[in-house]
Design a protein. Structure first.
Lengths: 179, 347
């Protein structure tokens, strides 16, 4: 069974927000909301500072607290690739998943249901890449199956140092940032 | 030095998470209060001698008030939902890992248990209603003539009350993403806070209905109207000291549990220490120390202690303070919990 992950090279990301625009266009995200976003972290003291720019979204955790707290089963793990999804017909808008997510990756759609990144599963099922990955001008984003040792993402993880976000929260996130 | 910039701008999430407004604290308060009323009603029903005509405030007024309060709480919960017309989906699934799912199903059992407890002695409490609806007398006689049914009703109220009280705390306690809530102490804390507010409510009702008490004109008018309509007999006020004593015990345990909650956080990770700081010396400290600890716990403890020593007369003041303190506790914990975050530890 596939296990989809995303690998993002922070040395290539320039924070252009093409991924954000592509996601909004592909998934018809309402104005004022976003499924993915850019963060910038500056460390150190001048003149020895470093800057890390990251494109962030739902981490599609292997141990997703948003799924375990959902009272209706609307938040679930998709059988294909372990992608975390929301069934908007089953969502009651209780917002427990928003409170349970340490990455604050979810929001309440103006229609009332909880919404978030889907790894563009509708595109992936057709053999295409997620919209954000496909438009990245610096090719800093990579998507693929972590269970396939020959996949690009597996090889990147094997060859470069990386980190995940808030591993101490125990959610086992599946977006990796190459450093 | 670390400087962090986030370009996200989702409503309710940025710049700080505030997904739950006034509705959830009100629901948690009313849920805890009803849990306390159920436990007190269940215990009272079990220890009351058969045919004893006393303490109706615990076994009838309490459960009847509980039915109304729980309905108000569920209304608040419903108002909080953003996909309101899908609320029925709660009852199409049972998700064992979701405290909210447990709560939804527990709430279904609360109504019949409370109703059974109230109906057992209802004809004595409201004779006028029983005269108009004779089936109430039949139901009451049916329950009271069957000791096993009385035992079952009492135990059901205690069990479901404990489950309801614990669940209101566990609901928040399982949210690992919010360090302030992430403690197993929240369940017992909300249970004992609910018990103290329930004892305070019943104590307050007894004080208000005591005949030798000088009441404000509007309260006197309202009470006499209700009494005239229901044909109710005066409540037995002999239980008032017991309720005050019980309330003091619950308040003391609540104070101890709050201490344990803070000690647990202060001896944990940096983000948990930071979360505890929100209450101890942060933006929520003033409300927490003044309204929860001072006015909500310590002063009513002192006043009720003086009442029990017969230094002062029983008044409604401690009851009001405990009820307000219980409500503010939920508001503070829900708001401060949402303000606490793991992002302090972002790489």
């Amino acid at each position: 069974m596939a296990r989809y992950i995303m690998v993002i090279d922070t040395r290539r990301c320039v924070g252009c927000m093409d991924c954000v625009v592509a996601c909004k266009t592909e998934n018809n995200i309402p104005e004022g909301y976003t499924r993915d976003w850019i963060t910038e972290t500056v460390r150190g003291k001048f003149p020895t500072t470093s800057l890390e720019i990251r494109t962030e979204r739902c981490n599609h955790c292997a141990n997703p607290p948003c799924v375990s707290c959902c009272p209706t089963g609307a938040s679930h793990v998709h059988e294909r690739g372990g992608v975390v999804l929301v069934n908007k017909e089953e969502c009651i808008g209780c917002k427990a998943c928003l409170a349970a997510c340490p990455y604050d990756a979810r929001y309440i759609h103006p229609d009332g249901y909880a919404d978030k990144c889907t790894f563009c599963i509708h595109r992936v099922e057709k053999g295409q890449l997620p919209a954000c990955v496909s438009v990245c001008p610096t090719r800093c984003m990579h998507f693929g199956d972590a269970d396939d040792p020959s996949s690009e993402v597996s090889q990147l993880l094997a060859s470069r140092p990386q980190h995940t976000l808030l591993p101490e929260a125990g959610t086992k996130p599946r977006i990796y940032y190459l450093t | 030095m670390i400087e962090f910039t986030n370009h996200r701008h989702n409503p309710l999430v940025d710049p700080a998470v505030h997904v739950w407004g006034w509705e959830i604290p009100v629901y948690l308060f009313l849920g805890g209060l009803v849990a306390g009323l159920m436990i007190i009603a269940g215990v009272r029903l079990l220890i009351m001698r058969p045919n004893a005509r006393q303490a109706l405030v615990c076994c009838t007024i309490g459960p009847l008030a509980g039915l109304v309060l729980l309905s108000l709480g569920m209304l608040a919960l419903f108002l909080d939902l953003s996909h309101k017309f899908h609320v029925w989906r709660l009852y199409l699934a049972f998700e064992p890992t979701s405290p909210m799912s447990w709560g939804a199903w527990i709430l279904l059992f609360v109504y019949p248990a409370l109703l059974a407890n109230a109906l057992a002695h209802l004809p004595e409490a409201i004779p006028a209603l029983a005269k108009r609806v004779p089936v109430l007398v039949t139901i009451s006689d049916y329950i009271l003539s069957r000791p096993r049914l009385v035992l079952g009703t009492g135990l059901a109220n205690i069990t479901i009350g404990v489950a309801l009280g614990l669940y209101t705390g566990i609901l928040l306690g399982t949210m690992g993403a919010r360090p302030l809530w992430n403690s197993a102490v929240l369940g017992p804390l909300f249970l004992f806070s609910g018990l103290s507010t329930a004892a305070a409510l019943l104590h307050g009702i007894l004080v208000l209905t005591a005949r030798d008490d000088e009441l404000p004109e509007f309260a006197d008018f309202l009470l006499s109207m209700v009494a005239r309509w229901s044909g109710a007999r005066p409540l037995d006020t002999r239980i008032a000291p017991t309720l005050a004593q019980a309330d003091n015990s619950f308040l003391t345990i609540e104070l101890g549990l709050l201490g344990l909650l803070l000690i647990g956080h202060l001896t944990s990770t940096a983000v948990h220490q930071e979360a505890a700081g929100l209450l101890l010396n942060g933006p929520y400290a003033a409300v927490f120390w003044v309204f929860v600890i001072g006015l909500g716990i310590l002063i009513p403890l002192f006043l009720q202690h003086l009442e029990l020593l017969h230094r002062i007369r029983h008044t409604i003041a401690p009851s009001l303070l405990v009820l307000c303190g219980g409500l503010v506790l939920r508001f503070v914990l829900v708001a401060a919990g949402q303000a606490s975050h793991w992002s302090a530890a972002l790489p």
